[in-house]
Design a protein around this ligand. Structure first.
Ligand code: NAG
Ligand code: NAG
Ligand code: NAG
Ligand code: NAG
Ligand code: NAG
Ligand code: NAG
Ligand code: NAG
Ligand code: NAG
Ligand code: NAG
Ligand code: NAG
Ligand code: NAG
Ligand code: NAG
Ligand code: CU
Length: 616
């Protein structure tokens, strides 16, 4: 009898222990100077920046009241990596799972963190805002320290990222412009290490630190390495892995690594902790951009800071070969295979867009979750979701996403609401190599995570089970590429969502929709009478006219730049210093010209539509 009551008591105690964390955050512009060279406006919470690290214990509930304190912008908040099982409307992406929050309004993010532990983060999921600083870490701790499947003495967080001196709302229109025909992404002014530079990390000797690392940047991947110290990787994106020791990590935007770092006994020296931009992602490397940044592991404050530590090669841990600690095996063969090819092209307005299978994601007039919940049986018909590139999944089917990258860049892809098994990844290539199952042996214990990168002109294959009803975005986590439309939506078990009480819009959510003037019922066009009628829906721009070649775009652009804008558009990207800018643009757009033709042709093209000489 006594034992029974003790057991009941401990069960009750563990239930009672689950906490509700209530946070009130108001988005406000504040000034900050994280890189130490330029003060600018950044997005803070309650007049403070950097944003707080939010900490919960697995099983806890979050009640985060987000007030939009901006005068002239909508906002939203996404909790990156959280499954939001049963609470799809709390996931965050604007016009996908929720209505945008209007200035002055408040949205309650109310969800419970079940079955997840590890290193996560949160960020705005509204146009470019997280590049202005609206992001922070979200840590899910184990209930007790003894629940961690490894030992450590202390825990420490570390964010890395890229940093721009201009606001996203200045950069975005210039990026998505026909004066930027190759889609060259704005190059950041600096990298950040824990929201600063030249940072110091004070350590104790002979101590094991569990360091939770996250790249909160919007564009560039970074290499991370230390002088004479090693990382023992134990967690990636909230999945424990069998310990793997490495000297170097390669971290794309949105990826997280949990590592153990054991400090030395000897305190007679301080050591370098380097973060290095992956400069292959930049179209141009401005002379004053610091690629290698030196921070210091401080054993003794009275000793000098570390100087730059260089390595001979950039051989980093290949996450493909990590193995989950649970030894979870490859899932059964897919019931449903989604093959998507990445490309980047100009449409008829001259702007460079990003595509999956020639479709560029276009915002609907009703949040897609609202369409699911209001469309009855038609919810399984992808047509009603318009130009959102939506794909309907059956409950519990095994899904493969085969992604062939027909672009020359590395891209980090993220799936909301799931981790997936990374079951194939091709090597970097100069010509397109598509996934060929006959040529690939799948791993027995595949790595699982929520964000992975694909190499240029190569492929990745991701496998997951559709066991989380919801509308989940799959997109490139380079914010510029998301703005270019590099996204699809997975509509997972829509009938299930319709039947589930917790999936229905909360009263608060409906009010937020009303206040911002967005319908939460109807198809992508906002038609709630005839769901098959998409009249008035947003559609992607028309293609360039037939026969309108890349060479034509170059001519158009350079004559316009020369004739109307002068050097403004070019100097914007810091490209003015580059003598062969026009040749580079032509090469990127596959315009073939022989050496002798080059200057003459360009000159003619410039003359043809304007009387001034071409930019050179
Ligand atoms: C980092 O060092 C550079 C170069 O000395 C300096 O310009 C910058 O202000 C420093 N930044 C911070 C945040 O300390
Ligand atoms: C939020 O911040 C804005 C801008 O500073 C301010 O006008 C507003 O009163 C604040 N709202 C709340 C609820 O604190
Ligand atoms: C907020 O979103 C609504 C609905 O899409 C739109 O009409 C409005 O212009 C947006 N407000 C701002 C300030 O961008
Ligand atoms: C949060 O959601 C739960 C589950 O639906 C509900 O019981 C609770 O009342 C909500 N909290 C608030 C503050 O609305
Ligand atoms: C990074 O910043 C956080 C928050 O201020 C701090 O707790 C942590 O110790 C810092 N990490 C390092 C490596 O200095
Ligand atoms: C560091 O010191 C501790 C205690 O003094 C000792 O147990 C340990 O073996 C030493 N480690 C190394 C790497 O020398
Ligand atoms: C940056 O770091 C890499 C790797 O250590 C090194 O090869 C390169 O020379 C460094 N560049 C500069 C400018 O220090
Ligand atoms: C560690 O990673 C390497 C590749 O970087 C891989 O070959 C090896 O199998 C991994 N070991 C474990 C235990 O995960
Ligand atoms: C997973 O496999 C490894 C290596 O075979 C083994 O050491 C470990 O105990 C296994 N873990 C579990 C949870 O089965
Ligand atoms: C995309 O468009 C290209 C060129 O028109 C065509 O060759 C290709 O088959 C299309 N791809 C898909 C998946 O529709
Ligand atoms: C098979 O894969 C190898 C590299 O793993 C690649 O070099 C080769 O081109 C591929 N063959 C085909 C037919 O795709
Ligand atoms: C969501 O919850 C259901 C029911 O509890 C469970 O079967 C499923 O595995 C969960 N999915 C995820 C991604 O956690
Ligand atoms: Cu991308």
């Amino acid at each position: 009898m006594r034992t029974v009551s003790v057991i009941i008591f401990s069960i009750l105690a563990s239930l009672v222990a689950a906490e509700t964390h209530t946070w009130y955050f108001n988005t406000t512009w504040v000034t900050a100077n994280p890189d130490g060279v330029f003060e600018r406006q950044v997005i803070g919470f309650n007049n403070s920046w950097p944003l707080p690290t939010l900490r919960v214990t697995t099983g806890d509930t979050v009640n985060l009241y987000l007030t939009n304190g901006f005068k002239d912008a909508n906002t939203t908040l996404h909790f990156h990596g959280l499954f939001q099982n049963g609470t799809n409307q709390m996931d965050g992406p604007e016009m996908v799972t929720q209505c945008p929050i209007a200035p002055g309004d408040t949205f309650l993010y109310n969800f419970t963190v079940t079955d997840q532990v590890g290193t996560f983060w949160y960020h705005s999921h509204t146009a470019g805002q997280y590049g202005d600083g609206m992001r922070g870490l979200f840590i899910i701790e184990e209930k007790q320290k003894s629940d961690y499947p490894f030992e450590f003495d202390e825990e420490v967080t570390l964010s890395i990222g890229d940093w721009y001196h201009k606001d996203a709302n200045v950069l975005k229109p210039k990026f998505l412009s026909r004066y930027n025909p190759t889609g060259a992404e704005p190059v950041p002014q600096n990298s950040l290490f824990n929201d600063t530079r030249n940072a110091t990390w004070n350590v104790k000797p002979d101590t094991t630190y569990y360091m939770r690392i996250c790249n909160v940047g919007g564009f560039a991947s970074q290499y991370l390495f230390m002088e004479d110290h090693e990382f023992e990787v134990v967690e990636v994106d909230g999945i424990y892995v069998q310990p793997n020791v490495t000297n170097m990590l390669y971290i794309t935007t949105a990826q997280r690594y949990g590592v153990l770092i054991h400090t030395k006994n000897d305190t007679s020296k301080n050591y370098a902790f380097m973060n290095l931009f992956d400069d292959t992602m930049f179209d141009v490397i401005p002379d004053d951009l610091v690629l290698n940044s030196t921070n210091t592991i401080v054993y003794d404050k009275s000793l000098s800071k570390a100087s730059e530590y260089k390595v001979d090669d950039l051989e980093f841990l290949d996450d493909f070969y990590l193995r989950p600690m649970t030894n979870e095996t490859l899932m059964a063969d897919a019931d449903h295979t989604i093959t998507i090819d990445v490309s980047m092209e100009n449409l008829g307005n001259g702007v460079n867009y990003a595509f999956f299978n020639n479709i560029t994601y276009t915002t609907p007039k009703v949040p897609v979750l609202g369409t699911v919940l209001s469309s009855g049986e038609l919810a399984t018909n992808a047509y009603i979701y318009g130009n959102t590139h939506s794909i309907v999944l059956q409950k519990d089917e095994v899904v493969d996403i085969v992604l062939n990258n027909h672009d020359a860049g590395r891209h980090p892809f993220h799936l909301h609401g799931h981790v997936f098994q990374l079951i194939a990844r091709g090597e970097e290539s100069e010509v397109d190599i598509d996934y060929d199952p006959a040529n690939v042996t799948l791993p027995q214990y595949p790595m699982a995570r929520d964000t992975v990168f694909v190499y240029p002109h190569s492929y990745i294959v991701m496998r997951f089970k559709a066991d989380n009803p919801g509308v989940w975005m799959f997109h490139c986590h380079i914010e510029w590429h998301l703005e270019q439309g590099l996204a699809i939506l997975l509509i997972e078990a829509p009938e299930e969502m319709q039947k589930t009480e917790s999936q229905q819009f909360t009263e608060n959510h409906k009010q937020v929709c009303k206040n911002v003037g967005v319908n939460y019922t109807g198809n992508a066009a906002g038609n709630s009478v005839n769901f098959m009628d998409l009249t008035g829906a947003n559609v992607q721009e028309k293609p360039l006219p037939d026969g309108f070649t890349a060479r034509g775009i170059v001519a158009l652009v350079f004559s316009t730049i020369a004739g109307i804008l002068g050097m403004i558009a070019i100097s914007f990207y810091g490209m003015a210093d580059i003598k062969d800018i026009d040749e580079r643009v032509m090469r990127d757009m596959n315009v073939e010209l022989s050496d002798s033709e080059e200057s003459a042709e360009l000159h003619d093209m410039g003359e043809a539509s304007s009387s001034s000489s071409p930019a050179k």
